[in-house]
Design a protein around this ligand. Structure first.
Ligand code: ADP
Ligand code: MG
Length: 580
């Protein structure tokens, strides 16, 4: 229709039968596409089954999972990898609740995500008259996300999605809930008016420029340091300011410590990397600059034994002003987005950044080199049954040879040891359990990483961790994704050796002995391999990465390998009354 014809129609209202119409289904699809949101992770069902079909027909990539939690984790990490909100689509009540864990996870980890959930009839839900899947989902979601919205009228879909996008990606990113009652999907309205109601969000995450005084204060404190340390967190990885961060870190000459998901922002093999001297730099540094990292439990809250007796001065760069002083005093807070902050710091420092004292650099590098040398022979062992070091030594070399592959990692010992042993070389290539240290992200992350980046994925999983999302290997096979899963199978949680001292049930931490996880993927047409030695493991992983075929490798580990809760056994409360 020509513009003139449209105008004429609008001027003279026509009966509904003669108008060009649209509806909720189409408006949601159009609104997503208008904002470049072209991938949906979800599970179909009432009331969103047709929506999924229509979205696919309209060119949106719709990935159907076996459980909403995994779809949600996929959406959350898609947000981290792309800086656009990852979209998760769920059915009402139980499906919504299944997705909610991931929404809370996204919020906690500062990943942008939108959980879109169908919901039942408002009138019935609010009178608690027992509707199909009745639940006041908006109220349930609110405390677990950054923002929550409900759209009741088709003409508000555009604004509703715009608000959700802005809330997810602006400032500190996080999870947003968007509630779409069943009735909305079928609501009909004039197509032209519908089109006009859509909003293309301009500049959804505006730059937040730091105050010049704050930048100067930070540079002054850093210049005063005798033993400076820079800690890079996953906020720095998220910011995609890789080049500026690298230039800044190199300009300061300071040792840097990458948090788990910031590994590779600068290569772990960079001369300034202090990853292998973590305890030393935490204890002995005098000025610590945090870039997109929080002083939460993962950094012992910035105080206590790990941080030594040296008085510290903290500089913190973060987009969230309330993060400052959350655990210890921050003498130089720099509030803004990391890209803008680091550029401003570079400018302020000019060429005038003094190199850190040579004795500090020597202390750090000699400790690091000593630790690396100590570890090296253990990583080359070819023991059967395998131990963690033998198996991880192989994977370490494979990642070195394939630096653009994405590494997904979860487990207890499998997580803690892999984090330390496997060097990363490129930004945003390591994705793992994050701030909560949760199990269950594995297959959701692997799927989203393959979809969003097109790169091969290596998922290194504890046998227990894998169990939380294992059914998604069918999803991986169905979409034929280049994912290689390696299960570190030590027959149980932490170890497979626990025994029940009083009865015939197995101990709570052990699984079926000698389980063959590799056979699971064969049921769906994938490649399964049972690997009993580091050599076999190496061959199998290389073959999988070369072929790009969905592969699951059951890496048989010594059931006695591994320690309680990996590196965080100290967090377990102990009963003083425990009887042996
Ligand atoms: P890690 O676990 O790696 O230490 P955290 O999740 O604790 O990282 O911290 C990430 C921090 O990064 C959060 O405080 C968050 O507000 C911040 N952040 C996220 N994105 C940006 C950004 N673009 N600019 C500045 N800060 C950011
Ligand atoms: Mg195990």
């Amino acid at each position: 229709m020509s513009d003139a014809a449209v105008k004429a129609r609008e001027a003279a209202p026509t009966p509904e039968a003669e108008q060009e119409l649209t509806d909720g289904f189409n408006l949601i699809i159009d609104a997503l596409k208008l904002n470049g949101l072209t991938t949906i992770y979800g599970v179909p069902g009432i009331p969103i089954t047709d929506f999924g079909r229509m979205a696919q027909a309209a060119g949106i990539r719709v990935l159907s999972f076996r459980h909403e939690q995994n779809a949600g984790y996929a959406a959350s990490i898609a947000g981290f990898l792309t800086k656009k909100p990852g979209i998760c689509l769920t059915v009402s009540a139980p499906g919504f609740l299944n997705g909610l864990t991931a929404l809370a996870h996204a919020t906690t980890n500062c990943f942008p995500m939108i959980l879109i959930s169908g919901s039942s009839e408002r009138e019935i839900v609010d009178l608690q008259q027992g509707d199909y899947e009745e639940m006041d989902q908006l109220a349930v979601a609110k405390p677990l996300c950054k923002a929550a919205f409900r759209v009741l009228h088709a003409q508000d879909i555009g604004i509703g999605l715009a608000r959700a996008i802005r809330a997810a990606v602006s400032g500190r990113p996080g999870g947003v809930y968007l509630d779409l009652p069943a009735k909305l999907f079928g609501q009909v309205m004039n197509a032209e008016a519908g089109k006009k109601s859509l909003v293309k969000v301009i500049d959804p995450a505006p730059a937040q420029i730091p105050a010049p005084e704050a930048v100067k204060r930070a540079v002054d404190v850093l210049k005063s340091a005798k033993r400076p340390l820079i800690i890079l967190g996953k906020g720095a990885a998220y910011a995609q300011a890789d080049d500026a961060i690298r230039r800044f870190v190199e300009q300061t000459g300071a040792p840097f410590l990458p948090m788990s998901m910031a590994k590779g922002l600068l290569p772990d093999t960079h001369p300034q990397c202090a990853g292998a001297a973590r305890s030393t730099v935490l204890a002995q540094s005098d000025v610590v600059m945090l870039i997109g990292a929080r002083l939460n439990w993962l950094l012992s809250h910035g105080k206590g034994k790990a941080w030594g007796t040296e008085p510290k001065k903290f500089i913190q760069i973060d987009i969230e002003p309330k993060e400052m002083d959350s655990n210890v005093e921050i003498v130089a807070p720099v509030v803004g987005d990391i890209g803008s902050c680091v550029e401003a710091l570079l400018k302020e420092a000019g060429n005038g950044m003094p190199a850190p004292p040579a004795d500090w650099i020597k202390t750090v590098t000699s400790k690091r080199d000593e630790n690396i040398a100590k570890m090296a022979p253990r990583l080359m062992n070819n023991n059967v049954p395998m131990d963690y070091h033998g198996a991880l030594g192989v994977l370490r070399t494979i990642v070195k040879e394939r630096p653009d592959a994405i590494l997904v990692n979860e487990g207890a010992n499998t997580l803690d040891l892999a984090r330390g042993i496997i060097d990363m070389y490129q930004p945003r290539k390591r994705i793992d359990v994050g701030t909560w240290g949760i199990m269950g992200i594995g297959m959701g992350y692997a799927i989203a990483a393959a979809i969003e980046t097109g790169k091969p994925v290596l998922a290194v999983e504890g046998d227990s961790a894998f169990g939380f999302s294992g059914m998604e290997i069918e999803t991986i096979c169905r979409y034929n994704l280049p994912v290689c899963i390696v299960i570190f199978n030590n027959d149980g949680i932490y170890r497979g050796t626990d025994v029940n001292s009083v009865g015939t049930d197995p101990a709570p931490t052990v699984f079926v002995k000698g389980a063959r996880y590799d056979r699971m993927i064969e049921a769906f047409g994938g490649v399964g391999v049972n690997a009993t030695s580091p050599d076999e493991l190496k061959r199998a992983v290389n073959a999988a990465m070369d072929s790009g075929k969905p592969t699951l490798i059951n890496a048989v580990l010594d059931p006695a390998a591994g320690s309680e809760s990996g590196r965080i056994g100290n967090l377990n409360p102990q009963s003083k009354l425990k009887k042996k």
